[in-house]
Design a protein. Structure first.
Length: 543
């Protein structure tokens, strides 16, 4: 195994710092809160943590609008706190992956403040500017967060380009000076000793010419546009100088192209693509589709089997909670989903709270929501004539705030997250759903995660073994094998409550399969298996 490929047998944990643990009682999670909880992460058994942006930011998009790449946001602490976190994490053999946001900056970044000043300012070409009038933008492209990708600026009577909010102007990657500055900043962080980056929105850095005509896909002009390879190769060359792990957030990269983007020789080691994680924004459809999940994960597993490597996840800070989307908020559903996710081929990422079964929040008014895009979506629906109760229901289904509510540590005031009213409300279900359950029940969700992580780490076949989906047409049973020359593993999970019977081939020698882990009572593998209520089984056959 190459020393650079440590990430293949590692398990990751994503921390949304604002909501993880508040150490100084201001209602906002912080770096010292993370430090306090390192032993908890160690107990879970993960190897690295990815921390969402902690840099100086006006917080229009909760830290994804950076005004100084080399400063820590005061809400989170200081650079000294960060250094202490890094040191303590390393002492526990936990690696730290930082978020790298270089598609755009904040409009309060000194580069943009300069850029706005005049047509001939030295920073003008750090961003994309084009001729426009107040009423006539350079084109009619729409941004991800709603509204035009262009914002008109009076000072120079031109418009600047942004694929997200207007406070997040896109950097001009064509400009070698911009790239040089970004690369220096990257080296500065890597030299500090961090262990890698999750690279935000990286598939959007290259844009089509402004007169490009949109046909079927409205995002096409800034989604994995050809020419992007050159920039990705430059980035890769820097990362290659260090023993680090990289995960590109690369929406719009299809599975059949992902080989070039991932693995030992790809632009990144892995990518986050969003295809399997549906965002559900329709009234009356709160549930994710299990057939879609199976189909999509199968395609990614199969496409990257020989060339490339998958990042495995079911939720992050941009999605609703998986136990609510694909399950019924129950501990059984949480364990079933964990079983499916953690034994696939790739590097798993657990999103904070997933390991204790945190669920969606029952938002009942727009005031309870925080994410700017959700609020904008709601307002757009109202403007289109949707009645307010429907607009709220649709926006809530989709909202990124579900995964951003404070971490539920224990059955105590504010879930043990803070002693003060937190920045976003804690879900009332913290009384039952919290991390302290692990010390009360051996059958806790946490313990199941722990067992799966341990099993995975001690079993080569579960890391490198070939993936094969079985029962592809079954609407709820997720079943697959992981196989090497010496052993086979069978993962069998009912992602539903209904009783169902599945059958396996005549030719199998069922006596050779041994049950290793189950979430219910032991049940030997047989040709006909009757399953219900989110039960999950893991079998091994040695040849
Ligand atoms: O919005 C998308 C498609 O509908 C995605 O392609 C997009 O790349 C993704 O949502 C980007 O998310 C990331 O960058 C955003 C930030 O708000 C998110 O939290 C972050 O994960 C802007 O920096
Ligand atoms: Ca705090």
């Amino acid at each position: 195994l190459e020393k650079n490929s440590w990430w293949k047998n590692a398990v990751g944990y994503q921390i949304y710092p604002r909501s993880f643990k508040d150490s100084n009682h201001d209602g906002i999670g912080d770096l010292n809160g993370i430090r306090q909880k390192l032993p908890y992460l160690k107990e879970l058994g993960v190897d690295f943590i990815w921390i969402n942006p902690i840099y100086a930011s006006p917080n229009v998009d909760n830290g994804y609008d950076i005004s100084d790449y080399q400063a820590i946001h005061e809400d989170f602490g200081t650079m000294d706190d960060f250094q202490a976190l890094l040191k303590e994490a390393h002492a526990l053999d936990l690696k730290i992956i930082m978020d790298l946001v270089v598609n755009h900056t904040s409009d309060q970044h000194p580069w943009f403040i300069e850029s706005k000043k005049s047509l001939d300012n030295p920073y003008r070409d750090y961003y994309h500017w084009a001729d426009a009038t107040k009423d006539q933008m350079p084109n009619d492209w729409q941004s991800f967060f709603g509204g035009s990708t262009w914002t008109y600026d009076e000072t120079t009577q031109q418009a600047y380009f942004h694929v997200f909010a207007k406070e997040q102007p896109d950097l001009n990657w064509k400009n070698p000076r911009v790239r040089h500055e970004i690369y220096q900043m990257i080296r500065w962080w890597l030299d500090l000793g961090i262990d890698g980056f999750r690279i935000d929105a990286i598939s959007h850095i290259q844009k089509e010419p402004w007169d490009f005509k949109i046909t079927d896909n409205q995002w096409a002009p800034f989604m994995n546009v050809s020419g992007i390879e050159m920039y990705l190769k430059e980035l890769k060359a820097i990362f290659n100088e260090y023993t680090v792990m990289t995960v590109g957030e690369a929406s719009g990269v299809p599975h059949h192209e992902a080989g070039a983007w991932t693995g030992d020789h790809g632009y990144f080691n892995m990518i986050f693509e969003l295809e399997h994680c549906e965002r559900i924004g329709e009234i009356g459809r709160q549930k994710g589709s299990i057939p879609h999940l199976k189909h999509s994960l199968n395609q990614w597993q199969t496409s990257l089997e020989e060339d490339g490597w998958n990042a495995l996840y079911l939720e992050n800070h941009d999605t609703p909670r998986s136990v609510s989307v694909y399950g019924d908020d129950s501990p059984e559903a949480a364990k079933a989903l964990a079983t499916v996710l953690l034994l696939l081929k790739g590097t798993p990422f657990i999103y904070q709270g997933q390991e204790v079964g945190m669920t969606n929040y029952p938002f009942s008014s727009i005031e309870e929501l925080n994410a700017a895009d959700t609020i904008h979506f709601y307002q757009t629906l109202l403007a289109q004539g949707t009645i307010s109760t429907d607009a709220l229901a649709i926006a809530v289904n989709w909202s990124r705030d579900h995964s951003r509510t404070p971490f539920q540590w224990e059955d105590a005031l504010h879930g043990g997250f803070s002693t003060t009213e937190p920045w976003l409300k804690v879900n009332e279900n913290y009384r039952m759903i919290n991390a302290a359950q692990k010390d009360l029940k051996t059958s806790s969700i946490f313990h199941h995660y722990q067992a799966l992580i341990r099993l995975r780490k001690q079993t080569d076949a579960l890391i490198y073994g070939k993936f094969q989906l079985l029962l592809p047409e079954h609407p709820t049973v997720f079943c697959y094998t992981r196989t090497t020359q010496t052993e086979s593993w069978l993962i069998l999970v009912q992602l539903g409550r209904k009783q169902t019977t599945v059958s396996f081939p005549d030719s199998w020698d069922y006596s050779k399969w041994e049950e290793i882990v189950t979430t219910v009572d032991a049940k030997p593998l047989e040709q006909l298996m009757c399953l219900s209520d989110y039960e999950a089984h893991i079998y091994r056959k040695t040849t």
